[in-house]
Design a protein. Structure first.
Ligand SMILES: Nc1ncnc2c1ncn2[C@@H]1O[C@H](COP(=O)(O)OP(=O)(O)OP(=O)(O)O)[C@@H](O)[C@H]1O
Ligand SMILES: [Mg+2]
Length: 485
């Protein structure tokens, strides 16, 4: 009891001394000249750092100059949520903006320890409540504080922090929902929706080796940052997808985006007013994206209105005609040279990886300047459905690896041409009652019809050829008889 009383008394004495010290210190600061106070502060700081050899770096939720969200804060948050949140005792669960998963992060005033090359650093989460002026409401600013021993300063600031930000950004990329941007409907800026196309290379009907070659090419491109830097080229790759309608060009673009985990920018050239707008739109695209210009042959026919695709036989456009549009003044004044300039020049100014994809139904009608290697690195033909392609579709649509009807389908496919879209349409059950066999029989019927149509066309064309030959012979006979007279 007596001991407790003594302890209380000594605590009381200590409290009184602290209060007297604070009072005295306040008096000194108030009446001492400011230079003296500054010198004292400097020395106090030196003494403190001698006894407290740690460095603190704060990363605030908002930039101090313009109150914009701070990228580094979000990256640190993502890093901590994956690597260290499990060590914290109090956690917060949130869906990050644009993200698809519930993300766990440290709650306020939690601290966790990270280790990097044998050096221990501590992350502390905190929150500041500030009021800029008495007329404004209070602002809450969250921050992360990194604490480490001063002897590791260079290593932490030069290497560790950089790696944390890099790893955090990768985690953010993985957690985000991908977007499909479009500039359609005469919009001068991009608008976006969430990109959720289910296509994959696995579900794409095409020859196995050809498909593998494209997948390898894309994966190599994604991993080639250092290679492109070494050879001094912008980290970009151009693909030209060509082939008849319904052969899977758009589907392949979706599969590419899903494989690489990239966003898609669907650029409607006919909605772009001029080259300046084109440059701006393209400069606004972000890294890790695929920029798509569909039906480039129609889009470059810049009459302001996108032309309807004419049937193949009616197309009389020659290469010269396409080039001439380059200089023609029209409603939308995007020119071929504007587009090429961007691909070659402005590209280099954009950091990060980008893929550009052009699609067309008529590859031979395109200006060679547009398709030459270096601009379009890879030309991919998507063509009529092969038996390999059919097997992929049968597996996807009907879950069939094999079936007795496959044999007749293989024979018919060798004799006639059918686009994958038509095969897919026939394999799609039109009601719950329609089983796999019925779908295969539907396809057999469609193939037979296509074959008949092909034979009929061939007959017609040989008939017209015969007629032309007959007329030419008659003309020749006439000329001969005139000569003889
Ligand atoms: N190679 C393919 N593999 C799987 N499905 C395909 C393939 N080709 C076409 N399809 C199916 O046909 C539909 C139309 O295909 P898609 O839009 O990709 O053709 P496209 O070549 O882009 O045609 P267009 O030239 O008219 O734009 C798709 O929704 C898909 O279901
Ligand atoms: Mg398409």
């Amino acid at each position: 009891m007596i001991r407790a009383m003594g302890l209380l008394q000594s605590w009381g004495g200590f409290g009184t001394s602290i209060a007297s010290f604070i009072f005295l210190w306040d008096m000194i600061r108030r009446y001492c000249p400011p230079e003296l106070i500054r010198a004292f502060d400097k020395w106090a700081q030196r003494i403190r750092s001698f006894f407290y050899p740690y460095i603190q770096i704060s990363i605030s939720e908002f930039m101090s100059n313009n109150l914009k969200p701070h990228d580094a804060y979000a990256a640190v948050e993502a890093y901590l949520s994956v690597h260290l949140a499990k060590d914290a005792k109090r956690l917060r669960a949130e869906t990050v903006t644009g993200g698809s998963k519930l993300v766990l992060s440290m709650d306020e005033h939690e601290r966790v320890t990270d280790e990097f090359c044998g050096v221990k650093v501590q992350w502390i989460s905190g929150k500041l409540v500030q009021r800029e002026s008495k007329y404004l409401p209070e602002l809450e600013r969250k921050y992360y504080k990194l604490v480490f021993h001063k002897k590791y300063r260079d290593m932490v600031t030069d290497i560790y922090l950089e790696q944390v930000i890099k790893a955090g950004k990768e985690i953010q990329m993985r957690n985000r929902k991908r977007k499909l941007y479009t500039n359609g409907h005469n919009k001068t800026t991009w608008s976006h929706i969430v990109f959720e196309h289910p296509a994959t290379f696995g579900s794409l009907a095409m020859e196995v080796e050809k498909k593998q070659e494209i997948v390898d090419d894309l994966l190599m491109f994604r991993e080639s940052k250092d290679f492109y830097a070494r050879i001094g080229k912008a980290w970009k790759r151009g693909y030209l997808l060509y082939g008849p309608p319904g052969t899977g060009k758009s589907t392949m673009i979706a599969a590419m985006a899903n494989l690489l985990d990239y966003d898609v920018y669907d650029l409607e050239l006919t909605s772009v007013r001029d080259n300046t707008e084109l440059r701006r739109l393209l400069a606004e695209t972000t890294s890790k994206s695929i920029i798509v210009i569909e039906d480039i042959d129609c889009s470059l026919d810049l009459t302001g209105q996108r032309k309807k695709k004419p049937p193949e036989e009616k197309i009389e456009k020659t290469k010269k005609e396409v080039s001439r549009k380059d200089t023609e003044e029209s409603g939308s004044r995007v020119t071929l040279s504007g587009l090429l300039n961007f691909i070659d020049g402005l590209w280099s100014a954009c950091s990060g990886e980008r893929i550009i994809v052009f699609t067309t139904n008529y590859v031979d009608k395109l200006d060679p300047a547009l398709t030459r290697r270096g601009r379009m690195d890879k030309h991919i033909e998507l063509s009529y459905c092969s038996f390999d392609g059919f097997k992929v579709l049968a597996k996807n649509y009907l879950r069939l690896d094999t079936h007795p009807i496959f044999e007749s389908i293989e024979i018919l496919m060798r004799e006639t041409k059918i686009i994958p879209a038509d095969v897919a349409e026939n394999l799609m059950p039109s009601s719950l009652k329609e089983d796999a066999e019925k779908c295969l029989l539907k396809l057999v019927e469609a193939l037979k019809q296509a074959k008949q149509l092909m034979i009929k066309k061939e007959e017609e064309s040989s008939l017209s050829e015969a007629k032309i030959k007959q007329a030419a012979d008659a003309l020749q006979d006439k000329e001969d008889s005139i000569d003889k007279m």
